[in-house]
Design a protein. Structure first.
Ligand SMILES: [Zn+2]
Length: 412
């Protein structure tokens, strides 16, 4: 229980004030001589709190369901520099400023300020001067009880309440952000966990941006990547930077892949995958084959482009791996005997330049793909003509409908 709230109802000093409404709206007043109850319940007058932060938190616990929020305003210090008074405002205080439509601003801002004059004060009071520990208390006084210029509003419109909830939900949301879960899915999970959650998508978005900034610590994403590469010895990394310090090649091989290469050094295959990263760097996959024909993943390289000079850098890194294994075991070949590629002249030339004794052949899967791509339209035409001429009677005879989606199994 937060300090202050538990004794709110029994606070005798508050009974001289009109009874607060817990519904957040005015209630019918049977005696016209008494002033109307406040539209939003007031925080506990004359209540003691151990410090201003717990006071603000306790007041906002009460204010959230009532549709308002308080924020810390100016504070006053003693000559010795000790804070002796803290003023609290409604978060709708201040003059309303219309939204700025100036296109030079990055974000359109809307002010919720409506000139609310509600004000309360926390004053430090020394309870016992004989002891020097825990002798301070903060006494709350409501100076202006009127919330004017605004109605009670949903907690999601009060940044203070969203910030408080974010503090409580931080661990759960942070672990979801670490898993790269999209914002809308995090929102759904948060609402399932806490049906009265007041968080909005922007809060999740802002936390994601803050965590990214904290992680980067002023580094560019690529600088951060290179500094965060695992150094536990399980991975072998090599990279090249251009004069502007941009990464042109990032090559990686897992230690266990190196072990597998040691036993299966003869035939490897290379091919690029696309759309794997925000920088549109192609990902060159390096795959090996066992004596039983099974494929094994050997390594990968992000490359800035598919030019011969770039492929050569990757081949030099691969050659380094072969030379390393060859130095440790002279029976290990100093180069693969065959490298399978697609029909990519830049890659084939790079292989020949760095591994002059290695044969290159075009991968059968790519040949089949190309064959089907070129031959399918001709075959379709021939079959249609044969049908028209009555040479084929069976309607079930058909060809794959989309040659771009053929799988390896589909062709083989
Ligand atoms: Zn107000």
């Amino acid at each position: 229980m937060l300090p202050g709230i538990d004794s709110y109802a029994s606070d005798s000093s508050y009974t001289s004030e009109p009874a607060p409404s817990t519904a957040g709206h005015p209630t019918a007043d049977t005696e016209s001589s008494e002033p109307s109850p406040p539209p939003m319940p007031l925080p506990p007058h004359n209540q003691r709190f151990p410090d201003p932060e717990s006071a603000i938190n306790a007041i906002n616990e009460l204010a959230q369901p009532a549709g308002y929020a308080v924020i810390k305003g100016r504070s006053k210090k003693t000559k010795s520099g000790m804070v002796k008074k803290v003023v609290l405002f409604c978060d709708r205080h201040g003059e309303y400023k219309p939204a700025l439509s100036d296109t030079s601003r990055k974000r359109k801002t809307t002010s919720y300020a409506s000139g609310c004059k509600f004000q309360a004060t926390l004053r430090r009071q020394l309870l016992d001067t004989d002891t020097n520990a825990n002798t301070n208390a903060w006494i709350l006084t409501v100076e202006n009880r009127e919330h004017n210029g605004h109605e009670p509003s949903d907690a999601s419109t009060h940044q203070v309440h969203r910030k408080r909830e974010m503090t409580q939900q931080m661990d759960a949301i942070r672990s979801q952000l670490d898993l790269q879960i999209p914002t809308r899915h995090i929102m759904t999970a948060t609402q399932a966990r806490k049906p009265d959650s007041c968080l909005i998508e922007r809060d999740i978005h802002n936390l994601r941006a803050k965590l990214n900034r904290d992680f980067l610590q002023g580094r560019t994403p690529i600088q951060a990547l290179l500094m965060e590469l695992p150094t536990d010895g399980k991975w072998l990394f090599r990279y090249t930077l251009d004069p502007e310090q941009h990464v042109t090649v990032l090559f990686a091989m897992y230690q266990k892949s190196l072990e597998m290469l040691k036993h299966n050094p003869w035939v490897i295959s290379m091919d690029c995958t696309y759309k794997t990263n925000r920088y549109n760097m192609p990902l060159l996959d390096i795959v090996g084959f066992t004596c039983t024909g099974a494929s094994i993943y050997l390594g990968w390289a992000f490359i800035v482009n598919e030019q011969e000079e770039t492929y050569k850098i990757v081949m030099v890194y691969l050659l380094e791996m072969y030379e390393h294994l060859h130095e440790n075991d002279r029976s290990f070949p100093s180069a693969p005997s065959t490298i399978l590629t697609d029909k990519e002249p830049a890659l084939i030339n790079a292989v020949h330049a760095i591994f002059p004794s290695t044969k290159t052949i075009i991968c059968i899967w790519h040949i089949n793909m190309n064959l089907m791509k070129k031959a399918l339209p001709l075959l379709r035409k021939a079959i249609a003509e044969a049908r028209d001429n009555g040479l084929i009677e069976w309607d079930g005879f058909s060809l794959p409908s989309n040659d771009h989606r053929l799988t390896k199994e589909g062709i083989g």
